[in-house]
Design a protein around this ligand. Sequence first.
Ligand code: FES
Length: 279
Amino acid sequence: MKIISKKKLIDNPGMKITEINVSAPHIAAKIKAGEFIVLMVSENGERIPLTVARADQEKGTITIIFQEAGLSTTLLGKLAVGDSLYSIVGPLGHATEIKNYGKVIIVGGGVGIAEIYPVAAALKKAGNHVTTILGARTKAMLILEKELKEVSDELLIATDDGSYGKKGFTTDILKEVLSKGGYSLVYAVGPIPMMKNAASVTRPFNVKTIVSLNAVMVDGTGMCGSCRVTVGGSVKFSCVDGPEFDAHLVEWEELGKRNQIYLEKEKHICKLASGAAPK
Ligand code: FES
């Protein structure tokens, strides 16, 4: 589980997104679009669920793209080429249902773009007409544009500040594209408000909408219950029942609140780790 290569995709004070290539031949041989892995940076570290953006079966490597958003991902970002991860478990979760739907729309926001990449590639390979919509706060925070262009028939971009593509949100573009008609599937990954809005936009068009949820996970194997979400009135565990669910059936308010649970503790730990006095 050695790090073979490392690249900073975004490196500014507001956002750090890093790509690492890790030797993991057993996972590279098996992983499918939509599945995820859980890695540990060190023996006493927390388990971090992450998507594999690419797998190279010949080289036995997997490519992981992550945003430094807390202590564990910050520590992961500090590892260098040649360092080893303590553990990687996977593939976990259910793979995306890949088939020829006809015309599909893939929507990715922020670091969620790393998650849509393998799904877009697999859907394109299955013969779909793929329209991809990417969103970022600003042009400098957009990742994988070139890679997604290669696996899309049409690529559209939205930035919050209008520095690239259309000024506004991915969901504004989604509404425009859906108005043309003929789409059978929307697949969206990004921040919870974005996925929730995508569900609201697609509902009147009656288009099947799948989201991959970033619920808080601990063990990643259905044992702890921390990743539970309510979908269609039933309790589901994101790690073993998902991570993909029908966006029209997800209880978004509950998911949003659950994902805030550890925010204050995380800030406190990060301050301690950086040597700052906690408030
Ligand atoms: S992470 Fe523990 S049940 Fe899903």
